[in-house]
Design a protein around this ligand. Structure first.
Ligand code: ATP
Ligand code: MG
Length: 595
């Protein structure tokens, strides 16, 4: 078993894990084997993260293996760019947690085919010599899947049908038998071989299972097994011009890899009879894999379909698949979220059979909990206003001690420079203060964190009436250890020394949509894009942030959590720091909602 990670909550229990536990107790299989089977036609999103955590989580908890498999049967929409991003995202999410459970592919070898009897090279060892962390591909099984199709034809359980795709749909809807249904086995073998040889154009004919045209389950009404697509495939190149349909390839890929529990989302429940029919009709030796379904993740303020996410990318409504506002794993990662937080979220929401919308606050809570433990505290001002301490000596600098992380003693302390001129947050000053405003106001006092109590004596404005400077006096005995250090003032605010501040580009990200259900009542999700989902400011930051590291997380005190963006340049001569706001400290949306 993998070592327990302190940030990973205890393994949950749910109806799928109960089934697996029962099978383990019964010793039904030599080893539990799951898989995560994305189609490489887009980037993975947080819904996929739920599935990854479930499949790898089960492998981890029950001493099994989970394969990452590209479900790549449709050459028109798939691309290696997606294969690469998927592989990277899965590895990032399971690294240090379940990567020792990743099914490994022996180099240059795919699991062996079985067409008549004997078992496939099924239970692959975890550590195979020369194994690489490379995904499995359904397209690596095209030869075997083709052989299986021949088996069905020879058994009189599949036929070549010349109806057009539209006619086929129409016939199936009306439970009508194809006129080609009773072709002889010889004719079917001949036609299918010629389909493979490329003799027919796209759509001229297809291979269909011969099941039951009048079945109450439309998926059983002689479904398509193979179609013609004269198109190169990202993994098999120009080798094939016929491609198996998802339903045909999926169960067989599961079988070939020795999958025991094939876990998918609820919409596949109606496909399960077909899944079983194919495996049983071919007459494969047991044990056969079995399919289980759970409710997919739908998240508030989020759209999840890859097709729609692609629309955001293609129409340049976001900067790319990994835009930090995207619900993609790569976007979430770039925003600064740690894999531990995503895994905690996936565990917290649980696995059920009921579709519903998960409150985005659940995700945000998991992110805050994780960052609170790991983030280094820093002083930074996002929207500065200048403060001059008129009674503080010009040219004097003090080094004040500040705690790096109150949640982690080992994070230690640091020195923060303090001087006569400071920046504070515009929000922390109100010229005409509201009744419960306990921050700085004319004539009022506030504590500067780690430093002195100050009092605002004068508000300086420019000709246009805009505040340019606050002139204040400091109680010079009120610093920690001083005579008036314990004097009570209601508010504490953060600050940065003007002389020492460094400028940092901060990208302030917020929710991408203004509505919890962007597509409610058929509305176009693009009509509810949040116009304030990205604001860029130049923040004044304490100088220690010049050493910001990509793997480190930061909390700007009283504001938010930040992480270094990949657009930053860390070269010593021309450093350019860009920090992404991962999430604010408090849920500002909940406050809005209450108003
Ligand atoms: P989308 O509908 O977002 O385009 P998809 O279902 O077409 O996604 P696949 O690549 O086929 O994406 O999905 C791979 C696996 O992830 C499947 O087993 C699928 O059931 C699961 N999955 C996809 N979306 C979700 C989700 N929102 N919640 C949980 N699991 C999901
Ligand atoms: Mg799909």
């Amino acid at each position: 078993m993998s070592p327990e990670n302190e940030n990973t909550p205890a393994a949950p229990s749910d109806f799928i894990r109960d089934i697996v536990a029962k099978h383990v107790a019964e010793k039904k299989y030599p080893r539990i084997h799951t898989r995560f089977p994305p189609e490489p036609n887009g980037y993975l999103h947080i819904g996929h993260a739920k599935s990854i955590c479930l499949n790898f989580g089960i492998a981890r908890e029950f001493g099994g293996i989970c394969n990452l498999r590209m479900d790549d049967t449709n050459p028109t929409k798939e691309d290696v760019e997606y294969v690469d991003s998927i592989t990277e995202d899965v590895n990032w999410l399971i690294s240090g947690w379940a990567n020792d459970r990743l099914g490994l592919k022996p180099k240059g070898k795919t699991p062996d085919a079985v067409t008549s009897n004997g078992k496939p090279d099924y239970y692959m060892p975890i550590a195979v010599d020369n194994a690489v962390t490379e995904p499995f591909y359904a397209s690596d099984y095209f030869d075997q899947i083709y052989e299986y199709a021949l088996v069905l034809i020879k058994k009189g359980m599949a036929y070549v049908c010349d109806l057009t795709p539209d006619e086929t749909d129409e016939y199936r809807r009306h439970a009508k038998a194809s006129p080609y249904r009773e072709r002889s086995i010889e004719e079917n073998l001949n036609l299918f071989t010629r389909m493979k040889a490329g003799e027919f154009p796209d759509g001229k004919c297809s291979l269909r299972a011969k099941i039951d045209v009048a079945s109450p389950n439309i998926w059983m009404r002689d479904p398509l097994l193979y179609r013609i697509r004269h198109e190169d495939h990202h993994h098999t190149g120009g080798k094939w011009c016929i491609y198996p349909m998802y339903d045909f390839a999926h169960c067989l890929s599961d079988y070939i890899e020795g999958i025991t529990h094939s876990i998918c989302t609820l919409e596949f429940e109606v496909h399960r009879p077909l899944y079983d029919w194919i495996l049983e009709s071919i007459g494969l030796p047991r044990p056969l894999p079995h399919q289980y379904e759970f409710a997919r993740l739908s998240l508030g303020y989020t759209i999840m379909s890859k097709r729609k996410l692609m629309q955001l990318v293609n129409e340049k409504l976001v900067s790319g698949w990994d835009d930090p506002r995207m619900p993609t794993i790569s976007g979430i990662r770039r925003r600064g979220v740690m894999p531990e937080a995503l895994r905690a979220f996936a565990y917290n929401i649980g696995i059920t059979k009921y579709n519903g919308i998960t409150d985005v606050a659940v995700l945000e809570h998991a992110i805050r909990e994780d960052l609170n433990k790991r983030a280094l505290r820093r002083l930074a001002v996002l929207r500065p206003i200048k403060v001059v301490l008129t009674n503080y000596p010009e040219g004097k600098t003090e080094e004040l001690e500040a705690v790096n992380n109150p949640e982690d003693e080992n994070a230690g302390k640091r020195k923060v420079p303090f001087g006569r001129e400071l920046f504070i947050e515009q929000d922390d000053f109100m010229e005409v203060a509201a009744p419960k405003f306990f921050r700085l106001k004319p004539g009022g006092e506030v504590r500067l964190k780690y430093a002195y109590i100050i009092k605002c004596d004068e508000v300086v404005k420019d000709a246009a009436g805009k505040i340019t400077e606050l002139r204040c006096t400091a109680d010079l005995d009120s610093k920690s250890g001083g005579a008036t250090a314990n004097r009570k003032v209601k508010g504490t605010i953060h600050w940065v020394s003007a002389a020492h501040a460094i400028d940092v580009e901060c990208r302030l990200y917020d929710r991408l949509f203004t509505e919890a259900e962007p597509e409610k009542d058929g509305r176009d999700f693009k009509s509810v894009l949040n116009p304030h989902s990205l604001e860029v400011v130049t923040a004044k930051c304490e100088p220690s942030l010049k050493d910001a590291k990509p793997e480190q997380r930061y909390q700007f005190e009283r504001l938010a959590y930040f992480a270094l963006d990949k657009d930053s340049s860390l070269t010593p001569n021309t450093p350019r720091l860009i920090l992404n706001r991962t999430i604010t400290l408090k849920d500002t949306w909940a406050k809005e909602a209450r108003k």
